[in-house]
Design a protein around this ligand. Structure first.
Ligand code: CP
Length: 304
C-alpha cells in the first residue's frame, strides 16, 4: 500500500496482514520493545483540521515508536487562518520533504484529493474524513473483536446510534463485512439513519432491545451534534431511554458481549457509566490497539 484512504475494496488478505502485524507489534511491546528504528530518518506530519484525542496522539506515538520524526501541524496557528488554500498548504509542506501526511478533515474525500494533488510522492493516510471513512478506526475495531472472538463467521454485531453522521459506522461495516461477520445490525432513530442506497449493508432496527438480542459485540456511537445543523437534536433523556446502552439492555445480548465505542463517549446519553466502565467494556482496549494498528499502517506504507 502507498496510501490508506479507505478500507473499501481492500482485500481480506491485506486487512488480515495489517491486523497480524499490529498483533505482533503489540506482542513485541508487551515483551519490552518500546522503540524500533524501521522508520528512522522518515518524517510524518499530523494534519488535523478537526479535533482529535485518540487518533492524533496514537499516530504520533506510533510514528515515534517506529523511529520516525513527527510534526504536529497546528491548524489554529497556521496560515490556513489567513486564507491559505488546502492544496497550497499541501505543496508548502511537501516542499519540506515529508514522507507521510496523516489527514483529518470535515469534507469527505479530502484524503483522495490530497493524493491527486500531491507532487512529491508523499503517502497519505486518512485519519477520518467527513462521514465517509476512518480506516485505522475500522482496523482497530476489527483487531479488538478478533482478540476476543476470532470466529467472525459466527458473530452478530450491533452498531447503534448516530449512524448517519458516522465515518466509524461506515468503515466498521466495510471491514466487518470483508472479514465475514455473520450479521451486522444497525439501530438508531430514523433521522439518524443514512439512506439505504448510501449504506445498503446491515439489517436495520428501530428497537434497540430487538437489535441487541443475542449480539456478540455492540458498537455504540456518539451523537455528532457538530454535524447536525439541520436536524432537531433528540432530547437526551428520551434518546438514552430508547437507544442508550445500560445494564438491563446489555443483559439481552449474548453472554460476554463485547462493549465497544470509538470515543469520545457521552456518558448517560448513549452509554451508562456502569457499562462503559464495566467488565465487558473493551473501550480502552480499543484505544490501546489503536497505537499498534497505526504502527502497522505506517510500517506498511513507509517501510519500502
Ligand atoms: N475515535 C476517534 O477518532 O477519536 P478522536 O476523535 O479522539 O481521534
Amino acid at each position: 500500500l502507498r496510501h490508506l484512504t479507505t478500507l473499501e475494496n481492500l482485500p481480506r488478505e491485506t486487512i488480515e496482514r495489517l491486523l497480524d502485524r499490529a498483533e505482533s507489534l503489540r506482542d513485541a511491546c508487551a515483551h519490552g520493545t518500546r522503540k524500533l528504528d524501521v522508520l528512522a530518518g522518515r518524517t510524518v506530519l499530523n494534519l488535523f483540521f478537526e479535533p482529535s484525542t485518540r487518533t492524533r496522539t496514537s499516530f504520533e506515538l506510533a510514528a515515534r515508536r517506529l523511529g520516525a520524526d513527527v510534526i504536529n501541524f497546528d491548524i489554529g496557528l497556521s496560515s490556513t487562518s489567513k486564507g491559505e488554500e488546502l492544496f497550497d498548504t499541501l505543496h508548502t509542506l511537501e516542499a519540506m520533504h515529508l514522507d507521510a501526511i496523516i489527514v483529518r478533515h470535515k469534507e469527505s474525500g479530502t484524503p483522495e484529493e490530497l493524493v491527486r494533488h500531491a507532487m512529491s510522492g508523499v503517502s497519505v493516510i486518512n485519519a477520518g474524513d467527513g462521514n465517509r471513512a476512518h480506516p485505522t478506526q475500522g482496523l482497530l475495531d476489527a483487531l479488538t473483536i478478533r482478540q476476543h472472538r476470532p470466529d467472525f463467521e459466527n458473530l452478530n454485531v450491533v452498531i447503534c446510534g448516530d449512524i448517519k453522521h458516522s465515518r466509524v459506522a461506515r468503515t466498521d461495516i466495510t471491514v466487518l463485512s470483508t472479514l465475514g461477520v455473520k450479521e451486522i445490525r444497525l439501530c438508531g432513530p430514523a433521522e439518524l439513519m443514512p439512506p439505504v442506497d448510501e449504506v445498503p449493508q446491515g439489517r436495520r432496527y428501530d428497537s434497540f432491545d430487538q437489535a441487541i438480542e443475542g449480539a456478540d459485540a455492540v458498537i455504540m456511537l456518539r451523537l455528532q451534534k457538530e454535524r447536525m445543523a439541520s436536524i432537531d437534536l433528540p432530547d437526551e433523556a428520551a434518546y438514552f431511554s430508547r437507544y442508550g446502552l445500560d445494564r438491563r439492555r446489555l443483559a439481552l445480548a449474548a453472554k460476554g458481549c463485547l462493549v465497544m465505542h470509538p470515543g469520545p463517549i457521552n456518558r448517560g446519553i448513549e452509554i451508562a457509566s456502569e457499562v462503559a466502565d464495566g467488565a465487558q467494556s473493551r473501550i480502552l482496549e480499543q484505544v490501546g490497539n489503536g497505537v499498534f494498528v497505526r504502527m502497522a499502517v505506517l510500517n506498511e506504507v513507509l517501510a519500502r
